[in-house]
Write a protein of this length. Structure first.
Length: 83
């Protein structure tokens, strides 16, 4: 049996893009940068990241923006295949 490929309805995708654009237009860009900077500084140390992540969320930083900043510091996991 062939597994069907999931495809996002273009209308749903467009609505998500519209909402994201609205969020970015109305949020305080300075607060976003402060929260991301604080997250980055904490990630470079040894403190708990959860308070900084919550600060980011409260400042309307997107999950993608948080992950992008953390990937820049920690990198991205790549599975090593051994045979």
């Amino acid at each position: 049996m062939k597994t069907p490929v999931f495809r996002v309805d273009p209308a749903v995708e467009e609505e998500a893009r519209r909402r994201l654009a609205e969020l970015r237009a109305r949020r305080d860009d300075a607060a976003v940068e402060r929260a991301l900077g604080s997250l980055e500084r904490t990630a470079r140390g040894s403190e708990n990241l959860v308070p900084r992540i919550l600060e980011c969320v409260k400042s309307n930083v997107t999950v993608g923006e948080i992950c992008h900043r953390l990937r820049a510091i920690f990198g991205e996991y790549e599975e090593s295949i051994t045979i």
